[in-house]
Design a binder for this molecule. Structure first.
Ligand code: ZN
Length: 417
């Protein structure tokens, strides 16, 4: 058999297929034609030697902000977050709304080399400037019927609903927006993705107990719904401020099938993550949550520092994977958070998230460097990790993309003292 491309000599890790071992991939006409231990190099026109590297099903970033231009400085270029970072599928979390989805399709999803999907915003305006103005996000700014209709009409793009449960919104409107978001999700037959952790300042003269908010929120969530930012350094994550332990109600939710997405972003806290993971909760999906205020983009911009989600700690999806490894999850579990599990979250497990003969060649190749690397979060915690993952390249529908994005942070190796 002749192949267009052979990916040769790598360690293939594919949790959905229960595969972890050394295999070559033979690709033809943009699809996977063979997965075998030793394909002859002569059988391929283009042979890519990936000895020492790890070959994965195309990585899926469950939490991106790529509605470029329309969401202002918040929205990044979809291919910089996607294929140029070794990621073949990017899910925009709450950028497009029922009113702005056509633009998202025409200007973002269609021209991108990456597969771009979204969890549609529960709010009419979507995620403009990263939800900067709270008055745009109350219950009067939600239209259930319109959003359900647009979600149902665009199943190829819309895979869920995005809303926020946090003390700033709750101080203005209680959890009414979440109830409306849940109504949309039910009407559309899609999962609801809930942002945890403070987003807006509380309304003047009010005070919301973040523990009480979590207790009120979690019973609204059903199997398949997603709790995001469990490791947030802001009030309102998985750790109760009263007890310092995981909220008992979170355990009950996980038991009935609610899942957990890291949504790394500027929220990620090593201390919170360590406590939650040590308590026995492992995230189901990862999600880098990169946007224009928490990653360094090429242009200089003074306004960035004023944004509530401003962050300086460099990160991306593979950096976030390195943090989960550091925190004790094993390599297969970490890989599942960016492949098999998000494919299920998106209801696309028959198309993406695993490597199988006959499927589109949707493949990520990464490297797991060994040494001593700096990993940091935005609460000022820095650790030295023995392993650091970096993307090398990916193939999307058989097309090759080097990991050349300026958003991939360099692996910071500690100098020997
Ligand atoms: Zn986000």
């Amino acid at each position: 058999m002749q192949f267009d491309t052979i990916i040769k000599g790598g360690r293939v890790i594919d949790p959905a297929a229960n595969r972890d071992g050394f295999f070559d991939l033979g690709l033809r006409d943009g699809r996977i034609a063979a997965i075998e231990p030793n394909l002859s190099a002569h059988a391929g026109r283009d042979v890519r030697d990936v000895t020492g590297k790890i070959v994965l099903p195309g990585m899926i970033d469950t939490h991106g902000h790529v509605y470029q231009h329309v969401t202002g400085k918040f929205g990044l270029n979809p291919d910089m977050v996607g294929v140029q970072s070794g990621v073949t599928t990017v899910v925009d979390q709450g950028g497009p709304s029922c009113m702005t989805l056509p633009g998202f399709r025409a200007f973002i999803a269609e021209p991108s080399k990456s597969r771009v999907l979204c969890f549609i915003s529960a709010y009419l305006v979507g995620g403009l400037e990263g939800h900067y103005y709270p008055e745009l996000y109350g219950p009067d700014q939600v239209n259930v019927a319109h959003t359900v209709r647009v979600a149902r009409e665009n199943p190829d793009l819309v895979r869920g609903i995005k809303a926020h449960a946090e003390i700033g919104g709750a101080s203005r409107w209680g959890l009414d927006v979440i109830r409306l978001g849940k109504e949309i999700a039910r009407g559309a037959g899609l999962p609801l993705y809930i942002h945890l952790g403070q987003l807006w300042p509380e309304k003047e003269g009010t005070h919301i107990d973040p523990d009480e908010l979590v207790r009120e929120l979690v019973p609204l969530m059903d199997a398949g719904d997603v709790l995001a930012h469990p490791f947030t350094r802001h009030p309102g994550g998985f750790i109760s401020t009263e007890t310092g332990n995981v909220h008992p109600i979170v355990w009950a939710a996980l038991e009935r099938g609610v899942t957990v997405d890291v949504g790394h972003g500027s929220h990620f806290s090593f201390d919170m993550a360590r406590q939650v993971i040590e308590a026995g909760i492992k995230p189901y999906t990862l999600g880098a949550d990169m946007h224009g205020y928490n990653v360094k983009v090429a242009s200089k911009d003074e306004d960035r520092a004023k944004n509530p989600f401003f962050g300086v700690a460099p990160f991306n999806l593979t950096n976030a994977m390195s943090k989960l490894l550091y925190l004790g999850m094993d390599l297969g579990e970490v890989v599942a958070t960016v492949t098999a599990n998000p494919a299920k979250m998106l209801g696309l497990e028959s198309e993406i998230g695993t490597l199988a003969v006959g499927r589109e060649a949707d493949i990520s190749v990464i490297e797991c460097l060994e040494g001593a690397f700096d990993l940091s979060d935005n609460s000022g915690v820095a650790v030295t990790a023995p392993r650091m993952m970096v993307p090398t390249f990916c193939l999307r529908a058989g097309e090759f993309f080097a990991a050349s994005s300026p958003l991939v942070p360099p692996a910071q190796e500690k100098m020997a003292a």
